[in-house]
Design a protein around this ligand. Sequence first.
Ligand code: SF4
Length: 494
Amino acid sequence: MSRLLVLAPMAIEQAAVRTEGRVLRTGMGPQRARITAARAQAIDAAGVAIVGLCGGAKPELRPGDVVCATELRREDGTSVDVPGSALLVAALRRRGLRVHAGPMISSDHVLTPAERTRLDGVLAVDMESAWLTEAAAGRPLAVLRVVVDGAGRRLTDPRIAADGIRALRSLRRGSVVLDEWARAIGPRTVLLAGPRSFCAGVERAIDIVELALAQRGAPIYVRKQIVHNHHVVADLERRGAVFVEELDEVPDGATAVFSAHGVSPSVRRNADGRPLDVIDATCPLVSKVHAEARRFAHEGRTIFLIGHEGHEEVEGTTGEAPDSILLVQDMHDAERIEAPDPDRVAYLTQTTLAVDETNQIVEVLRERFPSLRGPGSDDICYATANRQEAVREVAREAAVVLVAGSQTSSNSKRLVEVAEREGARAYLVDDETEVDVAWLHGVSTVGVTAGASAPERIVNRLVTALAALGPVEVEERTTTSEAVQFKLPKELVS
Ligand code: SF4
């Protein structure tokens, strides 16, 4: 049995496809697509891919760009979801192709450039894909189209010939990925780590920006990313939040929100000296570390701050006692660091570190500095510790663990490392478009979790994408439950 059945409308598209699977020419337009789809249902194959050229409907799509259609609409308003297409994106990008994932529309006639630019919310248009989806008949389906004519270009434009060559080259390069996709098809168990996703500090920070937008109106300025997650930031940006690096980018009279990671006193002083409406979204558990830094500094102790250089939380904590704090980033630092008075030392930690690694570092510091004092309760917060324990549980059973989170998220990165230490292959992904299908070859159990700043909807999207490769059984692995909630700042409570 061929693993893959590829459907291509025209002979030139069929000829461009490089695959180990069977390639079937469907003919152009809805009529032929319908007939071929019915025929294809009877062809033995594990998965079906629809490929070909398309017209761009957005100005950012250029000839040769690849479109992975995650939804196929028709002009009558009906549509079909194609979640499997999103899993082509990472492998295509690995081959150096420019790739876009999103909805496409299939039309029964050639749309003019003006008609295409009027299409709402779709990336591109073709004349077959929506009808060809019926060929899948329940089997995994992916749709890969390549832009031949950009949004403003007519098919009669003299540049179309060169664009067509470029597009067919992309189709040839991109079609190779279809075999990688087909090799990932199969039944799977998905283990969901619990707890996962938003912690109480992140919930509170997002609530603060949303409430500020609702009560004061846009724009609301936010110093730094409110939480380290690409989707959260993009979502709030769409709703009127403006993210800035420093307060000097915020106009007088505006509302400015400090992010969940906290700020140093110098930033607060700067804000106090200006006519700004400031709302502090610093997580109370980060504020606790700041208070400990002030206390230890007041006692005349040198403070070893275990954390990562350049992280906003570390910068904020260091700002509380810059003359007393020394950064310890790893075991190497712990073995070499010196203090002016070895009997007056203390340690604090960033809230989002790996618990096991940090314990080892503290142990080394304790051996070298027997008088070492520590925080009253662990600085590594409950959410970080709980998510690490949960992912450890899942990684013991799963060959691959997907961690939803952004590259800027410290706690998400630590989840990857913890899973790897348990022997799993673990990957940090912003969403399903960053999952490389090659990771899934021969893998029957996949763990999924999310960092404290990553929305649960991304976990759902990952599971949906995995389910588009074959039947999945989803099992929760919950190690503990959480009921922590933090109060909102008084400025927002009416
Ligand atoms: Fe607060 Fe911990 Fe969440 Fe950071 S990870 S915002 S410290 S609860």
